[in-house]
Design a binder for this molecule. Structure first.
Ligand code: FAD
Ligand code: FES
Ligand code: MG
Length: 305
């Protein structure tokens, strides 16, 4: 007997007959329905993942494997549409696994998508929040800003990129509140780093909480910036994850002198307590292997649906 499914886009019905699930291999479940280049090395993929779309919460991520034999990597659920049964992954192509993913096209399927994983974001229910996103971190901060806005929190987002073409998710964040765009070269928005604009927002007063997602040096700088203001600052950590379920120890981080595993205890933590030196150091652990894998890769996943 078939399973009733939520309404799905037409493109899905080649896998399902009249909205009724047949015996379908699981890899058909993660078909890519839309692909969009957001910046020179950042791509958005919207894919079918109905059960994840239904239950995911801001701050959560999925473990993804592009094809059989590919590396499993963590990616944040940047957006979701429970009616369409889709989730959005926003991927910065930095190495072999991410290049394989962004090489996939509409109608290809991602082999494994496990989740949602990790603790949902600690959200305030009133007041003012400052959301800071750098690079692909802007897409990661988006579900947080969206959920805060839905609760009636006033959201100011400060987002940055090295130049105009690297700024992503501006439009989506404008739907959640005020947005200040910063570019390193001044080609768009305000010239300078996100910390400069964030400092002005903090000095103007009234901010109750700060959320930061971006490269480690940026998160460290933002945590140092908010410390004298004594404003609770949540950062989303990006250590190397392997299983994503707390068993391998790969994502070990130190927070307030205690060992934590980002996949099950995080990925979000109090930025004023994070040992950023250890995080930066551990992110370098496999650099030689990663460079070799990247050099050998042709950037294409050969196993297609
Ligand atoms: P590699 O060449 O293997 O590595 C490039 C760098 O990425 C490494 O130096 C290391 O710092 C990091 N990295 C490598 N392997 C892993 C791994 N298994 N887990 C984590 N980091 C790794 N990136 C996005 O583009 N979009 C996202 O939404 C996103 N969300 C994330 C959410 C979480 C909870 C975490 C922990 C990371 C997230 N990342 C995200 C980072 C992403 O997982 C890595 O960029 C990716 O794994 C790199 O794999 P690669 O083989 O392409 O590159
Ligand atoms: Fe293995 Fe977190 S990824 S313990
Ligand atoms: Mg890799």
């Amino acid at each position: 007997m078939g399973l009733a499914l939520p309404p799905l886009p037409k493109s899905h019905y080649r896998c399902f007959a009249a909205g009724v699930a047949l015996l379908v291999p699981t890899h058909f479940m993660h078909t890519i329905l839309a692909k969009k280049q957001l910046s020179p090395n950042v791509t958005r993929l919207d894919l079918l993942a109905p059960r994840i779309a239904e239950i995911k919460q801001p701050g959560q991520f999925v473990m993804v494997r592009a094809c059989e034999g590919a590396e499993r990597i963590p990616l944040t659920i940047a957006d979701s549409d429970p009616i369409q049964g889709t989730i959005a992954l926003v991927i910065q192509a930095v190495g072999k696994a991410t290049r394989e993913l962004v090489a996939l096209e509409v109608c290809d399927a991602i082999r494994d998508v496990s989740g949602p994983l990790g603790h949902p974001t600690e959200l305030i229910s009133s007041g003012r929040a400052l959301c800071i996103g750098g690079g692909v971190g802007t897409a990661v901060v988006h579900p947080i800003a969206k959920a805060l806005h839905a609760r009636g929190v006033h959201v100011t987002s400060v987002i940055g990129g090295r130049s105009k073409e690297w700024v992503i998710f501006e439009e989506e964040l404008r739907k959640c509140g005020d947005v200040i765009v910063c570019t390193d070269d001044g080609s768009y928005g305000r010239k300078g780093f996100v910390t400069d604009a964030a400092k002005d927002v903090l000095e103007a007063g009234g901010i109750d909480i700060v959320y930061v997602v971006g490269p480690v040096p940026m998160m460290r700088a933002c945590a140092n910036l908010t410390r004298p203001f004594n404003i609770h600052t949540i950062v989303s950590l990006n250590p190397v994850m392997i299983d994503g379920t707390g068993m391998c120890g790969g994502c070990r981080v130190a927070v307030g002198g205690e060992t934590k595993f980002a996949c099950v205890d995080g990925p979000e933590f109090d930025g004023h307590k994070v040992d950023f030196d250890l995080l930066a150091d551990r992110l370098q652990t496999y650099r030689e292997f990663e460079q070799r894998a990247n050099a050998c890769a042709d950037g294409k996943c050969n196993i297609r649906r």
